[in-house]
Each structure stands twice: as C-alpha cells, then as structure tokens.
Design a protein around this ligand. Structure first.
Ligand SMILES: Cc1cc2nc3c(=O)[nH]c(=O)nc-3n(C[C@H](O)[C@H](O)[C@H](O)COP(=O)(O)OP(=O)(O)OC[C@H]3O[C@@H](n4cnc5c(N)ncnc54)[C@H](O)[C@@H]3O)c2cc1C
Length: 401
C-alpha cells in the first residue's frame, strides 16, 4: 500500500489547516455558548471564503460544485477539518448531509437530483437521516415498526423515530420505513424522501443529549410520523433496497467519521502537550516533568498513529479492492478509533484539571459529544462480535499447531 500524499493534496491540507486555525477556531467560544442560528451569518461568511478558495464540498463531484476528491484524499481532509467542531460544516462536508448526498448521487432520479441534491451540495438547504426507532434496537435495524403503505399514488408513513440528527431546520429527511413486510428481513425496508413540511412529519422535540438540546444542525430530534403522505416517486432506489443502500453509505461514511476523530485527537493532543509545558506544578517544576504525564503523552501519540494508519489502510483497501473486501477492516477501525478518541480526550481533560471541565477549552465539548462515537454508525459491541465471527470462520476445520 502507498500512503504518499500528492503535492496537490499537501497544498490543499496546508490551506485547510491554516483556515481552521485562523478563521474557524476563533469562532468556537461562540459556538459553545450560543444557539446555532445566531451564528449562521458568520458561518455563511466563512463558507463564502471557502467557496472562493475553491475548497467547497471536497468529496463531491466537480460537476456538482465539489472538489471531486477520492476517499483517500478526503480522509486527509476530514482529519484536517475535524480539528474544530465547525470544520466540516463550514467546508460543506458535514454529516448527515454528506451521506445523504452520496445516496442521492447513486440512486436519485433526475428530478430528485434537481430538487434535493443540487441545493444540498450547494449548502442552501440541510437534510437528515431518519432510521433509528425509539422502541426497537438501532443495533438490529431490521427490527422496524415504521411502515410506508401504498395508497393511490402515495406512501403513507407511520412510525416513531428518534436521534434523527439535524432534523431541526432540515428541508427533507431520508426515512427508512418498511414497504415489503413479507420479504426477507434485509429486503423489507425502503428509503423515502420526506419533505419536513409534509403534514404528519411531526418533530416532537430536540432530545437533550449530555445536557444539551442544541438547535439547528447540531441537534438530534424525536420524530412522529403520523399518516405522513408522500408521493411514491419519492422512493430512493428500488423498493425494498433500503438496507442495501444503507450498507453502501456506511463504508466510506465510517472513514470520514474515523478520520474526523483523528483530527479531534490531534487537536486535544496539542492542547494536552501545551498545557503540560506551561502549567506550573511546583515552584521549580512544570507538569511536563511528571513521568505519568509523559507516559500519557507517549501512549496517546502511539494510539493516534496506530488508529490513523489503520484508517488510511482501510480507505486504501476500499478504493483498491472494494467495500466488500474491507468489511473486517471497517468494523475494526470503527471501534478501535472511537476508543482511541475517548481515551485521548479523557487524558487531555485530566491534564487540564479543573480547566478541562470548563467550556474555556474545546475539550469538555468533545468529551460530552464524542462519547457517542462508540454508539452511532454501529455500537462497539456489534462491530466486535461481527469481526470476531468473521475471523473465527477462517478457523473452521483448521488444525493449528
Ligand atoms: C449522537 C447520536 C447521533 C445519532 N444520529 C442518528 C441519525 O442521524 N439517524 C439515525 O437514524 N440514528 C442516529 N443515531 C442512533 C444510533 O444509530 C443508535 O443509537 C445506534 O444504532 C444504537 O441503537 P440503540 O440506541 O437503539 O441501542 P441498542 O440497539 O438498544 O443497543 C444498546 C446496547 O446494547 C449492546 N449491544 C447492541 N448490539 C449488540 C451486539 N450485537 N452484541 C453485544 N452487545 C450489543 C451495546 O452495548 C449497545 O450500546 C444517533 C445516535 C447518537 C448517540
């Protein structure tokens, strides 16, 4: 495998790093203390700067106004932008829109692309992805109560979802609902485009997550679908192919998330090292002189490097051998990188002492919000079980000595 970074990508990453440092990190105190909507004018200003620099929507095709980067190059971009909670949003590379854009590219009809994809890539509207249900396990999504029943030219949707991230202010949801209840479990559900102003799309609340309800893009909603009627032409891809499409979305999506986490690790690692060097701990000693802190720094550096190389290796495998060949690696990086993230953020917080608990640095924000990395896009345990099963299959009937 070859991880050489091209000269073009080196320049792009340098430009992005500089933009994150100079233009985005200074916005964080406001982001951590004010409603998201209040920041929209300032965010739009920065987005305009990004567009002028021709760095907008890095992973989307050029013909749609993006940069057209491949998975390996976007992994590097995701690492750079992950250094601030607003990085991906300001560059038009944020979840859940990025994933929905991928699905619309692959399965959208011309009409759907015109109506939903183009304004989404342009950053004029937002969207959300509505799969997880309140009463059934998200880790086993084929157990689904939400139904979409044909009636005339329409589907009528009923169900109770939650954790529909960014639904507050979104123009449409991509909703998973059962359309083919007699089919095999993985062929029962379809993806449907549901405009959020459709009668019966009822956003009940923004859920309070780790003490924050949030609003707008950084929020997670509970949604009640009550006789929510949409035209049948709003289906994405073939009927019953919801899980097939979801599977396609998850592989590259996990690379994006995992490299974003490496960006977070690097940011809090920088803060940890700077604090260790600058915090006086005794009249003649700085914190950096303590061996336990030195050990944490060394361990975190090794963990970050290991996770980063595993993720890049997985991105390379997906690109060269295809998503199917990389399934084990994708499971491995998902839980490994999430746990590295949690450990590094925790150590950085500890090194900051009481300051780490405040919102005077970004560490506490990451500590609260990135705990979820071990839950969304597949809980740790499910990935471990599935990885172990695949590994053990290779030992069937094998004699080892
Ligand atoms: C911040 C955040 C954002 C999210 N955004 C979205 C979104 O935009 N759209 C959306 O549809 N969903 C979203 N989700 C939901 C997420 O996908 C689910 O929470 C996740 O799939 C787990 O489902 P669950 O919460 O129902 O947990 P459950 O399925 O009830 O699992 C609970 C626990 O059981 C254990 N467990 C589960 N399966 C296994 C197994 N196979 N082996 C061993 N132990 C197991 C694990 O410890 C797990 O944590 C989001 C969640 C969070 C926290």
């Amino acid at each position: 495998m070859d991880f050489t970074v091209s000269e073009k990508m080196k320049t792009i990453i340098e430009m992005m790093d500089e933009f994150v440092d100079k233009e985005i990190i200074p916005m964080e105190p406001e982001y951590l203390s004010r409603p998201f909507e209040d920041m929209l004018p300032a965010i739009e200003e920065k987005r305009e700067m990004v567009r002028k620099m021709e760095l907008w929507a890095p992973q989307h095709p050029k013909e749609y106004g993006g940069m057209g980067l491949d998975l390996m190059d976007f992994a590097l971009v995701s690492e750079s932008l992950g250094r601030s909670p607003l990085g991906h949003y300001i560059f038009g590379a944020h979840a859940p829109d990025a994933g929905n854009i991928e699905i619309l590219h692959l399965y959208g009809t011309d009409e759907q692309k015109e109506k939903y994809l183009l304004p989404l890539v342009a950053g004029k509207i937002r969207s959300c992805f509505s799969m997880t249900e309140v009463d059934l396990p998200g880790s086993n999504p084929v157990m689904m109560d939400t139904t979409a029943v044909k009636d005339g030219d329409d589907y009528v949707i009923n169900g109770h979802k939650w954790y529909t991230s960014s639904a507050d202010g979104a123009k449409f949801a991509i909703t998973m609902a059962e359309t083919n209840s007699d089919a095999a479990p993985y062929l029962r559900a379809s993806m449907l485009i549901v405009p959020t102003d459709t009668p019966g799309f009822n956003r009940v609340r923004n859920i309070s997550v780790m003490g924050h309800e949030g609003s707008g893009w950084p929020s997670h909603s509970e949604i009640l679908y009550q006789s929510c009627r949409i035209p049948q032409k709003n289906i994405l891809g073939p009927e019953g192919h919801g899980f097939v499409i979801a599977q396609e979305r998850l592989g590259p999506g996990r690379i994006h998330h995992c490299m974003r986490w490496i960006g977070i690790c690097k940011r809090v690692f920088d803060l940890m090292c700077s604090r260790a060097k600058s915090r006086i701990i005794a009249p003649d000693r700085m914190l950096e002189s303590k061996q336990i802190i030195q050990a944490w720094i060394a361990e975190c550096a090794a963990d970050i490097q290991a996770a980063r190389l595993m993720i890049l290796n997985t991105a390379w495998k997906i690109e060269t051998l295809g998503g199917k060949e990389a399934r084990q690696d994708v499971s491995m990086i998902k839980f490994f990188a999430a746990n590295v993230l949690q450990k590094v953020v925790d150590r950085a917080l500890q090194v900051h002492g009481g300051l780490g608990m405040t919102d005077d640095t970004v560490i506490a924000f990451y500590y609260r919000h990135e705990r979820a990395s071990r839950i969304y896009d597949g809980v740790d345990e499910a990935h471990k079980v599935s990885l172990a099963r695949r590994i053990l299959r290779e030992y069937e009937g094998k004699q080892t000595r």
